[in-house]
Design a protein around this ligand. Structure first.
Ligand code: AMP
Ligand code: MG
Length: 496
């Protein structure tokens, strides 16, 4: 019998998850059971306390080493039933069989308030879907996903989140040898457009139907029981993607790899590979080194969103109607709503950034002319909106002279039609236009300190600043500035 003291100690040092793994009840074609491959020397380097608390995880008395064992994959927590999920995807337009090649879903954790979250380890070792990959991840890209996903969360944009990064004590070999790491990703689910494409490719109609029913129940329960449930599912996904991409466009986020396997059905931003925030406004902005044709350029994201939704519609065709021609008609009708749904979300996002409360005729033109001014004068996207939101006299002077004067007059006149006019509008604009975004040079600098010197102070400070993106603070002025000319041709690389 353990003494009471020892029992208390072991209790307080145990992680209590509340796993309930509903995905495992789906047909087995959708996953493969697979345990993480243990790592040599797991060490916790970043941990998201606020997120852990939000998930209802007990953090008190749990040592960093204990977290590292679990979140590095060396210990499988009670209730977890790890799987690699199967999916396909259109990558840069080409169809491929993929699946979790270096990630495992530990299970679904249900919080005290009843919400359900996928707990995924990324970089946890090989799976049957690894193809020629090593199943591992490098520290830099995992820290990068942590920083940017948490920044997106603070900006109020739907996203997967990051609970922790554990270094493995092993090297991974890319162009050079790098430190290995495992990221713990928290997501509403990991069901992708590519998950449906996988079942369609296998012509597995019964599993396709089971997955569609499961997805409706899990993410769109308000639409369960509608007479046409599968067109309702498609319509609900169209709506979430339209809203999501509009949010990206409003903060200058370039996802960089909008392949259909990286499109979450739940409408979260997922898979932070070569993503980055735009500095100077330019719709042609591309950061990813592999995106040579600009398929996923900033200004092309809305159209690609539509293309990806069309792949989902194709996968769902057999569920939309038994008769193919009728199914295609239904799909086209639902997809046809995407452009106007996107436009609706985009215009209300962009108008809000300009302080406009309820849209009226002429607002679209006012927004577009402002964007054209930013493009012509090569202005920093984030800082230009924040400048408009500020009531500092020198900032007002900057937009009241030269090329901006005419636009500025019309903008102030437009705000004059609302209660509170410009002053009230600016108040609202400061809640909408961030001061702080993860500037590429700051992110790179913080990653370098962590990776090369094991110094996590810069990342911690960066995360602190990005956690309150709308709250200006002169102490952090250096985080506002766009990079110098040496960063103009900044390139990102896929996080493999
Ligand atoms: P991503 O570019 O992260 O969306 O990954 C695309 C596909 O490649 C997914 O099926 C991943 O699981 C797989 N993959 C990426 N990196 C690796 C790796 N190092 N080992 C095995 N599979 C990988
Ligand atoms: Mg992916």
């Amino acid at each position: 019998m353990p003494s009471e003291k020892n029992l208390k100690k072991s209790l307080s040092n145990s992680l209590i998850w509340n796993f309930d793994n509903s995905y495992l009840k789906l047909p087995q074609t959708l996953f493969v059971r697979q345990t993480p491959t243990p790592v040599a020397d797991p060490k916790l380097v970043i941990f998201n306390d606020a997120l852990a608390k939000g998930l209802g995880l007990n953090t008190e008395g749990v040592s960093a080493d204990r977290w590292a064992e679990t979140l590095g994959g060396n210990e499988i927590p009670s209730g977890a039933e790890p799987i690699a999920q199967a999916y396909c995807g259109h990558q840069f337009g080409g169809f491929a069989m993929l699946g979790d090649g270096r990630a495992l879903l530990l299970g679904e954790h249900v919080t005290p308030d009843g919400s359900r979250w996928d707990i995924q380890l990324k970089g946890s070792g090989q799976t049957p879907f690894s193809r020629r990959g090593d199943g591992r991840a490098a520290l830099g890209p995992m820290l990068r996903e942590y920083i940017i996903s948490e920044a997106m969360f603070a900006l109020g944009i739907p996203t997967t989140r990051s609970l922790a990064v554990v270094v493995t004590g092993e090297l991974v070999y890319r162009e050079t040898a790098q430190k290995g790491a495992v990221l713990t990703r928290i997501a509403a689910s990991h069901i992708r457009v590519g998950t449906f494409e996988y079942l369609r490719a296998r012509k597995d109609l019964s599993t396709l139907k089971a997955l569609a029913d499961y997805t409706l129940q899990r993410h769109f329960s308000e639409r369960v029981g509608e007479p046409a449930p599968y067109s309702a599912l498609l319509e609900a996904v169209v709506e979430r993607q339209a809203a999501l991409i509009a949010r990206w466009m409003a903060v200058g986020f370039v996802h960089g790899v909008m392949n259909t396997d990286n499109v979450s059905i739940a409408g979260e931003t997922i898979d932070y590979g070569p993503c980055a925030f735009m500095d100077t406004y330019d719709p042609d902005t591309v950061f990813s080194s592999i995106d040579r044709d600009g398929r996923y350029a900033f200004g092309h994201q809305p159209a690609i969103g539509g293309w990806n939704l069309a792949r989902l519609a194709e996968a769902l065709l057999p569920l939309l109607d038994e008769q193919e021609s009728r199914a295609i008609e239904i799909a086209q009708e639902v997809l046809g709503k995407y452009p106007q749904r996107f436009e609706h979300h985009w215009l209300s996002e962009m108008s809000a950034k300009l302080g406009i409360q309820a849209n009226q005729e002429g607002d679209r033109v006012l927004v577009q002319e402002w964007l054209d001014l930013l493009a012509t004068h090569k202005m920093d996207f984030t800082n230009a909106f924040r400048m408009l939101s500020s009531d500092l006299p020198q900032d007002q002077a900057a937009v009241s002279t030269g090329a901006f004067a005419d636009w500025h007059l019309r903008w102030t006149a437009r705000l004059g039609q609302q209660a509170g006019a410009v002053d009230a509008a600016r108040e609202m604009m400061r809640q909408k236009n961030p001061v702080f975004i993860p500037r590429n040079h700051r992110v790179e600098e913080a990653l370098r300190a962590a990776d090369e010197d094991g110094n996590y102070k810069p990342i911690e400070e960066l995360l602190r600043v990005l956690a309150s993106p709308f709250q200006d603070d002169p102490v952090w002025v250096a985080y506002k500035n766009p990079p110098g000319p040496e960063f103009r041709d900044y390139q990102t690389f896929c996080g493999t």
